[in-house]
Design a protein around this ligand. Structure first.
Ligand SMILES: Nc1ncnc2c1ncn2[C@@H]1O[C@H](COP(=O)(O)OP(=O)(O)OP(=O)(O)O)[C@@H](O)[C@H]1O
Length: 115
């Protein structure tokens, strides 16, 4: 039971350390807060909230995984290696692809309400 609660503690420490060191993660948290306020202002429907929360959650999860991959690569090598570059850039690309999806989803949900 102790290790069950410890795993939550370690996960929380992971979020805090990534948040402190990763500028992109801070940006995602700020955007998420703005979008949640907008969602409340525009009185989103249940399904829209579900999509919004899923979108925010997946974006933050991807950023955390990307950070974890960056740290792992830095631990493995400080020298230049083409595979290290590929690993980091592909992980960053995963974040970029989903970030583009989040913008499109945001526009689909909010644009008709703003107009
Ligand atoms: N060991 C390495 N070998 C080859 N290329 C690397 C290596 N480390 C980083 N790179 C590449 O250098 C560029 C900058 O990487 P770096 O990790 O410094 O910053 P970043 O990808 O912008 O991450 P952060 O979110 O921490 O700013 C990226 O294209 C990355 O793939």
């Amino acid at each position: 039971m102790k290790s069950f609660f410890l795993s939550f503690k370690y996960a929380f420490e992971g979020i805090v350390s990534a948040f402190k060191k990763e500028r992109n993660l801070k940006i995602h948290f700020v955007i998420a807060a703005v979008v949640i306020v907008l969602g409340a202002l525009f009185k989103l429907h249940k399904l829209e909230w579900i999509i919004l929360i899923l979108t925010i959650g997946i974006m933050i999860v991807l950023e955390l995984i990307n950070t974890s991959i960056e740290r792992t690569i830095d631990l493995i090598t400080e020298d230049y290696h083409p595979l290290a570059k590929q690993a980091k850039d592909i992980a960053a690309a995963a974040c970029l692809v989903f970030a583009i999806c989040t913008v499109i989803i945001g526009l689909i949900i909010f644009l008709p309400k703003i107009i």
